[in-house]
Design a binder for this molecule. Sequence first.
Ligand SMILES: Nc1ncnc2c1ncn2[C@@H]1O[C@H](COP(=O)(O)OP(=O)(O)OP(=O)(O)O)[C@@H](O)[C@H]1O
Length: 312
Amino acid sequence: MTQAIEATGLVKDFGATRAVDGIDLSVPAGTIYGVLGPNGAGKTTTLRMLLGIIDPDAGHRTLLGESVPLRAAHLVGYLPEERGLYPAMTPREAIAFMGALRGLPLAEGRRRADDLLDAHDLGHAARKPIRTLSKGMAQTVQLLGTLVHRPRLIVLDEPFSGLDALNQGRLEALIRAQAADGVTVLFSTHVIAHAERLCERIAIIAGGRVRFEGAVEEARGRLRPQVRLGTRAADGAWCAALPAGTLLEGGVWRFELPDDGIEPLLKALIAGGAGIDTLSIERPGLHDAFVAIAGEAVARDMAKPAPAEVAA
Ligand SMILES: Nc1ncnc2c1ncn2[C@@H]1O[C@H](COP(=O)(O)OP(=O)(O)OP(=O)(O)O)[C@@H](O)[C@H]1O
């Protein structure tokens, strides 16, 4: 199997609302894959359909080779967007319980829970009621419960929301470690930076549709590198050599890298006595690519926190 997940033409309506409007995506086995989109884009509904928690109104999906996704449930770990653990349970019991729900014997679950909690600096809290833990600690416990049965595919819905910077960094490390072990990781996010740092491939979703699906590098490659050039001379005949569309911003020329590279332009500037002060050539980031693909309005919506984050 080369694809951990394949979906074609997924559609889901809730009453008069079309939450997902014909989504295709494929997640290669062993990759870290990001589903990016603003709140309400249809990410959660898509993940739930992929996992078999809800059925699509139209379309097909295959999960770890199973056309009935629930048949692969024991090989899958899922962290839902709504977090919640029984407050009276201990982390050790909660993790073992979550493993048992995926077919792991309880005794083995407890053993693994102890190891996982120790490895994540939570050994001291293993036997305390969850209600006494901080929110970040409880979220880590839930995540460990998602991993305890050693799934081959992990699906995390907005896993970074509600975590402080330290715990976000830890979660990034954990996702990388899982992928290094050959586990496929699929996560949704409305924060482009997390996807840029972690993902090989992404789907950009807005309004229930996929606007882009493919490698992060391919998305970034859709935009040309940007050149910033500072010159000592304010103008001269050499200005004619600057590409069409060049802007002057705060005394610095800004333009897209020409097809034939920077050298012919530099020769013209040197010959014309422009006096080169500063020069930088920058590859566009995923944020710029996102704006080009999905538009400014969707990119602005991405910056808005999820309702759950506002309430937190
Ligand atoms: N069970 C439901 N009943 C009615 N409408 C729903 C239901 N679930 C989702 N929707 C609607 O479907 C659309 C997509 O929601 P979805 O939760 O999939 O988006 P999302 O991208 O995950 O956003 P968020 O991160 O805010 O959850 C939204 O308009 C939402 O209000």
